[in-house]
Design a binder for this molecule. Sequence first.
Ligand SMILES: [Zn+2]
Length: 398
Amino acid sequence: MCSLKELRLSDGAKTALSYILRHDAVTKADVCRYMDLGPSTAGKYVSELCDKGLLVESGVADSSGGRRPLLYRLNSARYLIFCVDISTIYCEMAVVDMSLDVRILDSFDIRENDTPDSVISRIIDGFTHFCMRLGVSSADFLAAGVSVFSSIRNEHGVLYRPIIQYMSEEWEDYPILDRLKAGLGLPIFAEKGMNATARLEYNYGKGRHSRSMLYVRCGMNLRSVIMKDGDIIGDSPFAEDAFGHMVIDYDGPRCRCGQYGCLNCYASIPAVLDSFRKEVKRGRGTSISADPDSIGIEQVCNAADAGDEAASAIIDNAARMLGVGLANCIRMFSPETVILAGLLPEKSKRYYDVATASVLDRLSIARLDVDFRRNGSFSHSLMIGAGSTVLDHIIELA
Ligand SMILES: [Zn+2]
């Protein structure tokens, strides 16, 4: 029997838990204030969570006078969550606790000749192996959270075809949810990877104090999610890809989507590498001594951040183009927080700095109160985001 079915919480306990999940330790008075309830009702919900094993007493809080109140902390070890991220080139999986701390982690590459069946079978083997290593069984798990490379038709349990199909054609209409559920013996909550990672940041990371957030990942392509008041805005199957396919120069190069001058053609990893290699082949000097065709993105990022002239020029140009796209988006949606994540801002502070400076230049009159953040709060965020969707379902955020 799976633990999720045992965990029937009252609506009040769910609301209290949603607050506790975002805080290290709380008193009953904190829960009262958050829920705007009297002490006895809020206390009842705290007791319910203690009875279910989700909360434990954890010392006492400071007091300005009188008896010092008890502190309660999430008993994160009570239940486990199995997280999976199926990307276009690899699969990561982990067991996390309710604080989203990783207990065990593994990954494998997905190659061109891998079929959906072979990927699912390796995930199921991975789960069995994790359980053996940790000495636990499926009864210790709340559920599995799965993030996938494409939008998912949850009602049918199959994937939408992405704008550009990077994976085996067999993934289209593949019954991914049924196969995982049957193989793992757990309830499955599946979400598109970008949505999962954006919700993770909004609910538990750097966006958690904002009402509205623009989350952008800059990697092999540029993808975005906009969240406002807890919801994803414009959550159509292809909305996140739309950021990278925003046309910023109609005279620009042809994009894989068929349009000309998309943001992806300037500010993504392939665009940066292509421009840099061309410059070096034309004879431009660089501190990177490798053969131009074997130069990797981390080398370009490191060289740019160390002041290499050629690498800096390429990174600056990519980041300024990103700034154009960001400024367009910020003008339209006025997010309080903008998070730039993914390999490019992670590996190059320069890329992040130039992009944000470029946005501020463009928006200096219209808006200055955007809180820019470099990288999210979590490593393996696509996979941990998948795990957090399980928590979101328990407290009914999703
Ligand atoms: Zn495009």
